[in-house]
Design a binder for this molecule. Sequence first.
Ligand code: F6R
Length: 261
Amino acid sequence: MRIYVSKDYEEMSKKAANIVAAQIYLRPNSVIGLATGSTPLLMYQELVRLHKEEGLDFSEVVTFNLDEYIGLPERDVNSYHYYMHNQFFNHINIRRDNIHIPNGMASNIDKECVDYERLIMVQGGIDLQVLGIGKNGHIGFNEPDVKFETATHRVKLDEETINANARFFQCIEQVPQYAISMGIKTIMHAKKVLLLANGSAKAEAVFKSVYGGITPETPASILQLHQDVTMVLDEGGAQMLGRSLANYNIDNALNRLQAQA
Ligand code: F6R
């Protein structure tokens, strides 16, 4: 696991955008997994700038979003479809048929989940998965649980997540209770993972994910077992990790397990 600590949100976002851009420069037809929420907003802006000013080419890029609310139509301003087009896709040269976001309006949600998972496989899997992290340690909408959910599935959102996301809605009652989310297995199968976290509100979740036990109570802790994770944090997000870790390759659980084997 590599951890970069940036001085602020702006620097964090530029670093993250550069990592995504490098992936695309190296493999123009990369399959990129994308997140929504507040965290990656500036990363998307920077990627748009790289496209417009520096010719970053998305024409062969394929994307899969992590999640979508169940019951919100695409045109709803709070749907992740709306967010992604508004913040990102409308400003770059990605092909519309290369964009994939779970359909939260599907009449058969279970089938939608199976089809989504299959589509990812057909594309050869995800090369680089961008993640944010919830205050409760969720990734995608994989909420703290007694087990790690495997593939793309329907989730009941935690009260904490509903409260956190209520800021985007007129009132909390409007926040959907259910979503479709890639599962932990889907995320763990990505060849590379890039997790972003800014602000001290995320510090505990980041700390538990890096140093805590690997437990479904902190879903992001499973990333300790992934071969290629980069975390890009700002100082707030990193504040519980300790200064010595800044921009350091840390010895993670996987290395420890390999050393014991
Ligand atoms: C969004 C997603 C979520 C968010 C997380 C953090 O697609 O999957 O896991 O990344 O809830 O949200 P923000 O960035 O709004 O704090």
